[in-house]
Design a protein around this ligand. Structure first.
Ligand SMILES: [Zn+2]
Length: 401
């Protein structure tokens, strides 16, 4: 933190931070809007903006103007210089590591991925992630000092006190691995870790189908089923970091044994592998989830039935979620989310049938928009969310220098 040399300069710094903060959250604004929103006079805003512009931290967006300008000269739209800072997102998927770098406007500048048996080999996966990070920074022409930090998506419930996954059979190679510290050592930058469904949720409410929703649930249906719960715009973790583990809600106590050791969890009935197992028995060739969805779309009765029934059972569990925390929107993602209305129609019907009418009345149940990049984009959004004070301090600090 810069030392405060007097109340006047610290007031100036505080006001600069308010401008930076407004632009960080809202993207763009005219000087008039900044004055209105911060309560600062037009002349103070003009002085502070000129100060930030001189240092190249705030720029006028070329060719774009606010529609509300006074007659005569149109009002220029201001934004933070996207290149003032960068974030890296890392997604440890089961069979690959993906890495992307973005600027402050959340535009992805470079992206890379490599196949790897992530679940069983954490140390090599972490090394690979560090290499890919160097690679994307180089591709984007960014120096390391521009980096605010890395956001990390892991496919399991996270103990936020330890920064590690809860020990389980789900990701055997990652038990007690403190992924954040491991990456901080390798990359010499702050690392923030969260569960993949929480980050998928954050991405969908920041950039995707749930844009601007304050209370939302994102349910990812792939090889496992997990939900990310957004409360007041942020992922909700709960006391133990396991909030949103809807895949392990028991829906049939006599059902198949689950990888968590329980019986008849939602995941054993409605995940990709569970559905493939169901349809496989009646045919000779092995199917992928994608092929099963395509067959269902072409009218294959067995594949349709499997997907519809899965929609119904997921819908019953989502109805419970809706009763418990009353979201405005539920976003369905993951491989099976790609089935669209084939799965969503029975799911919506089950939610309406089983949830409290008052909670489900104006609830929207929609397909995710970000597909398989949701977790990666959420990891990027996590860095920008966690380092909001750092962004502000960096911008204001350089401006004060
Ligand atoms: Zn289970």
């Amino acid at each position: 933190m810069p030392t405060r040399s007097g109340s006047l300069s610290s007031l100036r710094e505080f006001n600069r931070l308010r401008i930076v903060d407004y632009l960080r959250i809202n993207g763009t604004a005219s000087r008039a809007e900044l004055s209105r929103r911060t309560g600062l006079s037009r002349s103070t805003v003009s002085t502070l903006v000129a100060d930030l512009q001189r240092r190249g931290l705030v720029v006028e967006r070329a060719g774009q103007f606010a529609g509300e300008g006074q007659p005569g000269r149109p009002a220029a739209l201001l934004e933070l210089d996207p290149s003032a800072a960068a974030a890296v997102g890392i997604d440890f998927d089961h069979d690959k590591v993906r890495v992307a770098v973005s600027d402050l406007s959340r535009s992805v500048l470079a992206e890379a991925s490599a196949p790897h048996d992530v679940d069983h080999d954490a140390q090599t996966a972490l090394d690979l992630a560090a290499q890919l990070t160097e690679q994307v920074l180089e591709q984007a022409g960014l120096k390391r000092d521009r980096l605010l930090g890395v956001g990390v998506a892991l496919a399991g419930p996270i103990d936020h006190d330890k920064g590690a996954l809860h020990p389980s059979d789900v990701l055997p190679g990652w038990a007690n691995v403190d992924a954040a510290s491991e990456l901080e050592q390798r990359l010499d930058t702050p690392a923030y870790v969260d569960n993949d469904a929480n980050l998928g949720a954050l991405a969908e409410v920041t950039l995707g189908a749930g844009r601007n929703a304050r209370f939302a649930a994102y349910v990812s249906i792939s090889s496992g089923i997990g939900a990310g719960i957004i409360v007041d715009g942020r992922p909700y973790h709960g006391h133990r970091g396991t909030a949103g583990e809807v895949g392990h809600v028991v829906v049939d106590p006599q059902g198949p044994i689950c990888r968590c050791g329980n019986r008849g969890c939602l995941e054993t009935l409605a995940s990709g592998p569970a559905l493939l197992k169901l349809v496989q028995d009646s045919r000779d060739q092995e199917l992928s989830v994608r092929e099963m969805i395509d067959l269902a779309r072409d009218g294959d009765a067995g594949c349709r039935r499997a997907i519809e029934d899965a929609g119904q059972v997921v819908g019953r569990v989502v109805a419970g979620l809706v009763n418990l925390f009353s979201p405005e929107m539920v976003v369905i993602g993951g491989d099976l989310g790609e089935a669209g209305d084939l799965m969503l129609d029975p799911l919506r019907e089950a939610v309406q049938r089983n949830a409290l009418p008052a909670a489900a009345e104006d609830l929207k149940v929609v397909a995710g928009e970000l597909g398989e990049r949701a977790n990666l984009l959420g990891a990027l959004a996590l860095v920008l969310m966690q380092s909001e004070h750092e962004v502000a301090a960096r911008v204001a600090g350089s401006a004060a220098a």
